[in-house]
Write a protein that binds this ligand. Structure first.
Ligand code: MG
Length: 325
């Protein structure tokens, strides 16, 4: 290999609606830091063909567990302005590192035809044995979930756990971060999930309700706290934060992912999408006050259970911090 060349994999979000997809490409350069780069926005729904150049601005760098270092980017137009698809820019203007976020990312592994892993021979027996299941008849995709955990930790992304979920082929991981990096980390963890699964010939489905009927959907419960909540909390403070989020419930739902009405039905450990509630230890509430927070004299965090698995973490963070600051 040519000496003194560094490889960087640039990662960005495209212009697809209602949620962006992840794109990436690799740059080889003698630069010791990843420089600005460009791409063809007309192929990602971010520009017209007649004026197609868009700009990639590196915003966060990660050790590359699969080879090239990973570079999370935000997108600017060819005129060096924030691109309309760039949800990170507004989020970064709102959030500081005193805000901590723990995202519980749920998803399904599927084959390339879209069947959840373990469902290739038809609908499996009903839910019950699969959550944190052990044994070949009770889980599918464990080797991919564990490979994903390893590469995230190698990249410096703080995954704090992973588990098989309630439906067969459904999994979860928990991703903890501070400030804007919490959003960057979640996006890069999704990138690594797709990339690792790719090597197994498996796809990742982030839809909040891939299987209708008596099957759990996928959410992205968002645990959050700020300095006051962690160190100077009280029942009054926690209740007032929940009330503030409840007062803008519909605005929150608008930011929390598409097709979420198919998941937030009031069944399967959810509150109805048209209703807002909060309660201690209640998995049927919109916001759960964890028992941890009570047991620490009301110092701790809250869990917003409304965000869908496909939600953009930058938009979740912007809604929560924008409402509570
Ligand atoms: Mg879960």
């Amino acid at each position: 290999m040519t000496k003194d060349m560094n490889k960087y994999e640039y990662i960005w979000l495209d212009g697809y609606q209602p949620e962006p997809s992840i794109r990436s490409k690799i740059k080889a350069t003698s630069d010791d830091n990843p420089p600005e780069w460009g791409f063809d926005g007309s192929s990602t729904q971010q520009a017209e063909g007649s004026n197609s150049d868009c700009i990639l601005l590196p915003v966060q760098k990660y050790d590359g567990p699969l080879g090239p270092d990973l570079v999370m980017c935000q997108v600017h137009t060819g005129e060096h302005e924030v691109h309309p698809s760039n949800t990170r820019s507004a989020c970064e203007g709102l959030v500081s590192d005193e805000w901590w976020f723990g995202f519980e990312q749920e998803y399904f592994f599927t084959d390339t035809k879209g069947n959840p892993l373990g469902w290739q021979d038809g609908t499996p027996r009903p839910q019950g044995d699969y959550y944190c299941g052990v044994g070949a008849g009770n889980v599918s995709g464990r080797e991919i979930s564990e490979a994903h955990l390893d590469v995230c930790l190698e990249a410096g992304i703080e995954l704090t756990g992973t588990n098989a979920e309630v439906a067969l082929g459904q999994w979860e991981y928990q991703c903890l971060g501070k400030g804007i990096k919490a959003g960057d980390d979640l996006w890069v963890s999704r990138f690594l999930l797709h990339r690792v699964a790719e090597e197994f010939g498996v796809c990742v489905n982030l839809h909040p309700k891939p299987k209708s009927g008596d099957w759990n959907g996928s959410g992205m419960h968002t645990n959050f706290s700020n300095e006051e909540m962690r160190t100077n909390g009280s029942e009054e403070l926690m209740n007032s934060l929940c009330e503030k989020l409840g007062a803008v419930h519909q605005e929150g739902i608008n930011e929390y992912g598409s097709d979420n009405d198919k998941r937030l039905t009031g069944l399967h450990e959810t509150q109805k999408i048209t209703e807002f509630s909060y309660a201690v230890s209640d998995r049927g509430a919109s916001i759960r006050i964890p028992i941890y927070t009570l047991e620490h004299d009301w110092n701790g965090y809250l869990e917003d259970r409304r965000p869908a698995s496909n939600a953009d973490p930058y938009r979740i963070i912007a809604h929560i911090v924008g409402t509570l600051s």
